[in-house]
Design a protein around this ligand. Structure first.
Ligand code: HEC
Ligand code: HEC
Length: 233
């Protein structure tokens, strides 16, 4: 009977969660894999995106104060992963979770369409940055501790689900960095957490400030900060 099945699934879920689901940073129920096999549709993605624009704005640029991250230009695979993780309580995001749940948004196809649309939006040329102190220290730390995963300039890697962090808002990144360091972001990469566990606040700020100043490739950046998303005209 249906309710028995649900009970079993719930119990299994609980067991898996308490057994350290969070360590398996790139596993899940399989919805991500399903979404990645689908052919995304740009125009449908735009229709889904309208609700997201309320917080991330029409350009997908979020806010320079980091309260809302920039999501435009993020890798397609990374976007799908983040949305699935939020759906599956593997990344806490209380203000947004409601909007990504299947009842609100739709199935794996919706995730594919939406992520495709967002990944094609040009990035802001004027993201939020830090105070510009200790940038050399930040660069040294980046070269030593981050480059292996996030790439030469913070470009990330779509295939490996490593996010693009170049040109992201400083204060958003600092918040994530602190959460990952403290083990408070469930979907964090465990090796990143180990790599940064001894960072002081000064060093955290230095490395995040440095990466916020790295420029994404010109082709994926809007021509000016006045650029407005024509899909919303
Ligand atoms: C009510 C405001 C709100 C709405 C609506 C909203 N978001 Fe968010 N979103 C946020 C906040 C706040 C964060 C950052 C949370 C944090 O600091 O961890 C976020 C984070 C994200 C991230 C993670 C970014 C990263 O770099 O890892 C993605 C992706 C995202 N949102 C996509 C969407 C999509 C797609 C929609 C529409 C279905 C949407 N959001 C709707 C507030 C919102
Ligand atoms: C072992 C690989 C690895 C290393 C080393 C690493 N990261 Fe990460 N980082 C990741 C992955 C993977 C994620 C995204 C995890 C997820 O949510 O799926 C991430 C997430 C982040 C985020 C949050 C991005 C967002 O959009 O929310 C920031 C900021 C970040 N890393 C900065 C750094 C910095 C700075 C360093 C060096 C001090 C570093 N990382 C080292 C793999 C790594």
């Amino acid at each position: 009977m249906c309710w028995i099945n649900r009970g079993v699934v719930l119990l299994l879920g609980l067991v898996i969660t308490t057994a350290g689901w969070s360590l398996e940073w790139n596993n899940g129920s399989g919805e991500k894999e399903r979404a990645l096999t689908l052919k995304p549709n740009y125009n449908r993605g735009l229709e889904y995106y309208r609700i997201c624009a309320k917080c991330h704005n029409k350009q997908g640029w979020g806010r320079r104060d980091g309260s809302f991250p920039q999501i435009s230009g993020q890798h397609y695979n990374v976007l799908i992963k983040q949305l699935v993780d939020m759906r599956e309580n593997n990344r806490e995001n209380p203000s947004m979770q409601h909007f990504v749940m299947p009842e609100m948004l739709g199935d794996a196809q919706a995730l594919a369409d939406l992520s495709y649309y967002i990944s094609k939006l040009p990035m802001t040329p004027a993201n939020g940055k830090g105070r510009g102190k200790n940038l050399e220290r930040g660069q040294d730390l980046y070269m030593e501790k981050c480059i292996g995963c996030h790439g030469d300039n913070g470009e990330g890697d779509n295939e490996k689900f490593f996010p693009r962090i170049q040109g992201q808002h400083y204060r958003y990144m600092l918040r994530q960095f602190k959460w990952i360091r403290a083990g408070e972001r469930l979907n964090a990469h465990p090796d990143m957490q180990i790599r940064i566990e001894n960072f002081t606040l000064e060093d955290s700020k230095a490395v995040v400030d440095y990466i916020s100043r790295q420029k994404p490739p010109k082709e994926i950046v809007a021509p000016s900060r006045k650029w407005r998303n024509p899909d919303f005209e």
